[in-house]
Design a protein around this ligand. Sequence first.
Ligand SMILES: Nc1ncnc2c1ncn2[C@@H]1O[C@H](COP(=O)(O)OP(=O)(O)O)[C@@H](O)[C@H]1O
Ligand SMILES: [Mg+2]
Length: 245
Amino acid sequence: MSQLDIVALTCSYGEHQVLSGINLTVKPGEIVSLIGGSGSGKSTLLRVIMGLTKPQGGAVRVENKEVDYDSVQSVRDIREKVAIVFQQYNLFQNMSVLENVMVTPVKVQKRDQHTVREEALALLEKVGMRHKSDAYPANLSGGQQQRVAISRALALKPKILLLDEVTSALDPELVGEVLNTVRQLSLEGITMILVSHEMNFVREVSHNVAMMDQGKIIEFGPPAEIFGAPKKQRTQDFMKRIAWH
Ligand SMILES: Nc1ncnc2c1ncn2[C@@H]1O[C@H](COP(=O)(O)OP(=O)(O)O)[C@@H](O)[C@H]1O
Ligand SMILES: [Mg+2]
Protein backbone atom coordinates (compact mmCIF):
# COMPACT_ATOMS: atom_id res chain seq x y z
CA MET A 1 0.00 0.00 0.00
CA SER A 2 1.18 3.50 -0.66
CA GLN A 3 0.81 6.24 1.91
CA LEU A 4 0.60 9.07 -0.55
CA ASP A 5 -0.37 9.05 -4.20
CA ILE A 6 -0.16 12.13 -6.35
CA VAL A 7 -1.64 11.71 -9.79
CA ALA A 8 -1.43 14.16 -12.71
CA LEU A 9 -1.47 17.11 -10.31
CA THR A 10 -1.59 20.56 -11.89
CA CYS A 11 -1.50 24.01 -10.33
CA SER A 12 -1.38 27.50 -11.80
CA TYR A 13 -1.00 30.98 -10.47
CA GLY A 14 -3.16 32.85 -12.96
CA GLU A 15 -1.74 32.13 -16.40
CA HIS A 16 1.45 30.71 -14.99
CA GLN A 17 1.39 26.93 -14.73
CA VAL A 18 3.57 25.97 -11.77
CA LEU A 19 2.85 22.24 -11.53
CA SER A 20 2.35 20.43 -14.84
CA GLY A 21 1.18 16.90 -14.21
CA ILE A 22 3.02 15.67 -11.13
CA ASN A 23 2.93 11.92 -10.44
CA LEU A 24 4.50 10.71 -7.22
CA THR A 25 3.95 7.73 -4.94
CA VAL A 26 5.35 7.56 -1.44
CA LYS A 27 5.30 4.32 0.55
CA PRO A 28 4.99 4.14 4.34
CA GLY A 29 8.34 4.92 5.96
CA GLU A 30 9.80 6.19 2.72
CA ILE A 31 11.80 9.40 2.50
CA VAL A 32 11.48 11.16 -0.81
CA SER A 33 13.48 14.31 -1.46
CA LEU A 34 12.53 16.98 -3.95
CA ILE A 35 15.46 18.73 -5.55
CA GLY A 36 15.63 21.26 -8.38
CA GLY A 37 16.29 24.89 -9.10
CA SER A 38 14.54 27.82 -7.50
CA GLY A 39 11.04 28.23 -8.93
CA SER A 40 10.76 24.63 -10.13
CA GLY A 41 7.63 24.11 -8.02
CA LYS A 42 8.91 22.22 -4.95
CA SER A 43 7.22 24.42 -2.34
CA THR A 44 4.04 24.67 -4.39
CA LEU A 45 3.79 20.88 -4.49
CA LEU A 46 4.01 20.72 -0.68
CA ARG A 47 1.55 23.61 -0.31
CA VAL A 48 -0.95 21.90 -2.60
CA ILE A 49 -0.70 18.64 -0.63
CA MET A 50 -1.48 20.57 2.58
CA GLY A 51 -4.43 22.43 1.05
CA LEU A 52 -2.68 25.81 1.30
CA THR A 53 -2.83 26.30 -2.47
CA LYS A 54 -5.59 24.83 -4.61
CA PRO A 55 -4.75 22.49 -7.45
CA GLN A 56 -6.51 22.83 -10.83
CA GLY A 57 -6.45 19.18 -11.74
CA GLY A 58 -5.30 15.73 -10.75
CA ALA A 59 -5.60 14.00 -7.41
CA VAL A 60 -3.90 13.61 -4.06
CA ARG A 61 -4.69 10.46 -2.09
CA VAL A 62 -3.55 9.79 1.44
CA GLU A 63 -3.88 6.12 2.38
CA ASN A 64 -6.09 5.66 -0.68
CA LYS A 65 -8.50 8.40 0.35
CA GLU A 66 -8.72 11.22 -2.17
CA VAL A 67 -8.52 14.73 -0.77
CA ASP A 68 -11.31 17.08 -1.82
CA TYR A 69 -9.66 20.49 -1.73
CA ASP A 70 -13.07 22.19 -2.02
CA SER A 71 -14.21 20.60 1.22
CA VAL A 72 -13.25 22.24 4.52
CA GLN A 73 -13.63 18.91 6.31
CA SER A 74 -11.46 17.06 3.81
CA VAL A 75 -8.71 19.69 4.12
CA ARG A 76 -9.00 19.48 7.90
CA ASP A 77 -8.60 15.70 7.65
CA ILE A 78 -5.45 16.01 5.57
CA ARG A 79 -3.94 18.40 8.11
CA GLU A 80 -4.52 15.72 10.76
CA LYS A 81 -2.47 13.30 8.69
CA VAL A 82 0.18 15.50 7.14
CA ALA A 83 2.29 18.14 8.91
CA ILE A 84 4.63 20.68 7.37
CA VAL A 85 7.65 22.59 8.64
CA PHE A 86 8.74 25.66 6.70
CA GLN A 87 12.00 27.49 6.29
CA GLN A 88 10.65 30.20 8.60
CA TYR A 89 9.80 28.33 11.76
CA ASN A 90 7.04 30.76 12.82
CA LEU A 91 6.82 29.78 16.47
CA PHE A 92 4.28 31.66 18.57
CA GLN A 93 6.45 34.31 20.19
CA ASN A 94 4.16 34.81 23.18
CA MET A 95 4.25 31.15 24.17
CA SER A 96 6.95 29.08 25.82
CA VAL A 97 8.60 26.24 23.93
CA LEU A 98 6.39 23.68 25.68
CA GLU A 99 3.23 25.71 24.99
CA ASN A 100 4.17 25.97 21.32
CA VAL A 101 4.34 22.19 21.05
CA MET A 102 1.15 21.60 23.06
CA VAL A 103 -1.17 24.27 21.69
CA THR A 104 -2.57 22.57 18.58
CA PRO A 105 -3.04 19.08 20.07
CA VAL A 106 -4.86 20.61 23.05
CA LYS A 107 -6.80 23.49 21.48
CA VAL A 108 -7.56 22.10 18.04
CA GLN A 109 -7.39 18.34 18.42
CA LYS A 110 -8.99 18.60 21.90
CA ARG A 111 -6.69 15.95 23.28
CA ASP A 112 -6.08 15.37 26.96
CA GLN A 113 -3.74 18.07 28.28
CA HIS A 114 -1.81 15.79 30.62
CA THR A 115 -1.09 13.19 27.93
CA VAL A 116 -0.15 15.89 25.41
CA ARG A 117 2.24 17.44 27.93
CA GLU A 118 4.04 14.12 28.49
CA GLU A 119 4.27 13.55 24.74
CA ALA A 120 5.47 17.10 24.12
CA LEU A 121 8.23 16.73 26.72
CA ALA A 122 9.29 13.44 25.15
CA LEU A 123 9.41 15.07 21.71
CA LEU A 124 11.44 17.97 23.04
CA GLU A 125 13.80 15.47 24.62
CA LYS A 126 14.15 13.77 21.26
CA VAL A 127 15.20 16.99 19.52
CA GLY A 128 17.45 17.97 22.43
CA MET A 129 15.27 20.88 23.54
CA ARG A 130 13.64 19.64 26.72
CA HIS A 131 15.94 21.77 28.86
CA LYS A 132 14.45 24.83 27.10
CA SER A 133 10.79 23.88 27.68
CA ASP A 134 10.07 27.07 29.61
CA ALA A 135 12.10 29.39 27.38
CA TYR A 136 10.52 31.75 24.86
CA PRO A 137 11.39 31.63 21.15
CA ALA A 138 13.07 35.05 21.23
CA ASN A 139 15.71 33.60 23.55
CA LEU A 140 16.58 30.67 21.30
CA SER A 141 18.91 30.39 18.33
CA GLY A 142 17.44 29.76 14.88
CA GLY A 143 18.54 26.14 15.01
CA GLN A 144 16.90 25.65 18.38
CA GLN A 145 13.69 27.29 17.17
CA GLN A 146 13.63 25.06 14.12
CA ARG A 147 14.06 21.97 16.29
CA VAL A 148 11.09 23.15 18.38
CA ALA A 149 9.12 23.68 15.17
CA ILE A 150 9.86 20.09 14.17
CA SER A 151 8.63 18.79 17.54
CA ARG A 152 5.53 20.97 17.20
CA ALA A 153 4.79 19.27 13.86
CA LEU A 154 5.44 15.81 15.32
CA ALA A 155 3.09 16.53 18.24
CA LEU A 156 0.25 16.30 15.71
CA LYS A 157 1.25 12.66 15.17
CA PRO A 158 1.31 13.05 11.41
CA LYS A 159 1.48 10.07 9.11
CA ILE A 160 3.58 12.15 6.74
CA LEU A 161 5.99 14.97 7.52
CA LEU A 162 6.81 17.60 4.90
CA LEU A 163 9.99 19.61 5.41
CA ASP A 164 10.51 22.61 3.14
CA GLU A 165 14.09 23.86 3.28
CA VAL A 166 14.16 23.73 7.07
CA THR A 167 17.82 24.71 7.24
CA SER A 168 17.90 27.45 4.58
CA ALA A 169 17.29 30.35 6.96
CA LEU A 170 19.93 29.21 9.44
CA ASP A 171 23.47 30.39 9.97
CA PRO A 172 25.82 27.74 8.59
CA GLU A 173 27.00 26.60 12.01
CA LEU A 174 23.41 25.83 13.05
CA VAL A 175 22.54 23.71 10.02
CA GLY A 176 24.16 20.55 11.41
CA GLU A 177 22.08 20.34 14.56
CA VAL A 178 18.82 20.53 12.61
CA LEU A 179 20.03 17.99 10.04
CA ASN A 180 20.92 15.69 12.94
CA THR A 181 17.36 15.95 14.21
CA VAL A 182 15.97 15.08 10.78
CA ARG A 183 18.52 12.29 10.42
CA GLN A 184 17.32 10.78 13.69
CA LEU A 185 13.69 10.95 12.54
CA SER A 186 14.64 9.32 9.28
CA LEU A 187 15.88 6.30 11.23
CA GLU A 188 12.55 5.96 13.01
CA GLY A 189 10.60 5.15 9.90
CA ILE A 190 8.46 8.28 9.58
CA THR A 191 7.29 9.00 6.04
CA MET A 192 8.81 12.24 4.79
CA ILE A 193 8.96 14.49 1.81
CA LEU A 194 12.02 16.63 2.12
CA VAL A 195 12.99 19.72 0.16
CA SER A 196 16.61 20.57 0.78
CA HIS A 197 19.67 22.06 -0.85
CA GLU A 198 21.94 20.09 1.49
CA MET A 199 22.80 17.57 -1.18
CA ASN A 200 25.09 15.36 0.86
CA PHE A 201 22.31 15.06 3.39
CA VAL A 202 19.69 14.36 0.72
CA ARG A 203 21.92 11.68 -0.72
CA GLU A 204 22.42 10.09 2.68
CA VAL A 205 18.85 9.96 4.03
CA SER A 206 16.58 9.64 0.98
CA HIS A 207 15.19 6.42 -0.38
CA ASN A 208 14.23 8.20 -3.58
CA VAL A 209 14.94 11.58 -5.06
CA ALA A 210 12.71 13.53 -7.45
CA MET A 211 14.40 16.12 -9.64
CA MET A 212 11.96 18.91 -10.51
CA ASP A 213 12.17 21.34 -13.38
CA GLN A 214 9.49 23.77 -14.56
CA GLY A 215 6.71 22.11 -12.61
CA LYS A 216 7.53 18.56 -13.63
CA ILE A 217 9.40 15.67 -12.08
CA ILE A 218 11.94 15.09 -14.82
CA GLU A 219 13.91 12.33 -13.12
CA PHE A 220 13.15 10.02 -10.20
CA GLY A 221 15.14 7.29 -8.54
CA PRO A 222 17.35 6.22 -5.68
CA PRO A 223 20.04 8.74 -4.69
CA ALA A 224 22.86 6.57 -6.02
CA GLU A 225 21.29 6.89 -9.47
CA ILE A 226 20.22 10.53 -9.36
CA PHE A 227 23.52 11.72 -7.93
CA GLY A 228 25.81 9.06 -9.32
CA ALA A 229 24.50 8.68 -12.85
CA PRO A 230 21.85 11.29 -13.68
CA LYS A 231 20.27 10.59 -17.05
CA LYS A 232 18.83 13.99 -17.89
CA GLN A 233 21.03 16.85 -19.03
CA ARG A 234 19.06 19.22 -16.80
CA THR A 235 19.86 17.08 -13.74
CA GLN A 236 23.54 16.91 -14.68
CA ASP A 237 23.67 20.70 -15.05
CA PHE A 238 21.90 21.18 -11.73
CA MET A 239 24.40 18.91 -9.97
CA LYS A 240 27.27 20.96 -11.39
CA ARG A 241 25.77 24.28 -10.33
CA ILE A 242 24.93 23.48 -6.72
CA ALA A 243 27.46 24.01 -3.99
CA TRP A 244 28.68 20.79 -2.43
CA HIS A 245 30.00 21.15 1.06
N1 LIG B 1 1.77 33.02 -4.43
C1 LIG B 1 2.27 33.00 -5.67
N2 LIG B 1 1.75 33.75 -6.65
C2 LIG B 1 2.24 33.71 -7.90
N3 LIG B 1 3.29 32.94 -8.29
C3 LIG B 1 3.85 32.17 -7.35
C4 LIG B 1 3.40 32.16 -6.00
N4 LIG B 1 4.16 31.27 -5.30
C5 LIG B 1 5.05 30.78 -6.18
N5 LIG B 1 4.88 31.31 -7.41
C6 LIG B 1 5.65 30.97 -8.61
O1 LIG B 1 5.55 29.57 -8.79
C7 LIG B 1 6.78 29.04 -9.26
C8 LIG B 1 7.20 27.91 -8.36
O2 LIG B 1 7.50 28.43 -7.09
P1 LIG B 1 7.90 27.50 -5.88
O3 LIG B 1 6.93 26.39 -5.76
O4 LIG B 1 8.05 28.40 -4.70
O5 LIG B 1 9.31 26.92 -6.33
P2 LIG B 1 10.51 26.32 -5.49
O6 LIG B 1 10.02 25.99 -4.13
O7 LIG B 1 10.94 25.12 -6.28
O8 LIG B 1 11.58 27.36 -5.49
C9 LIG B 1 7.76 30.20 -9.33
O9 LIG B 1 7.80 30.66 -10.64
C10 LIG B 1 7.13 31.23 -8.42
O10 LIG B 1 7.47 32.52 -8.85
MG1 LIG C 1 10.65 26.62 -2.23
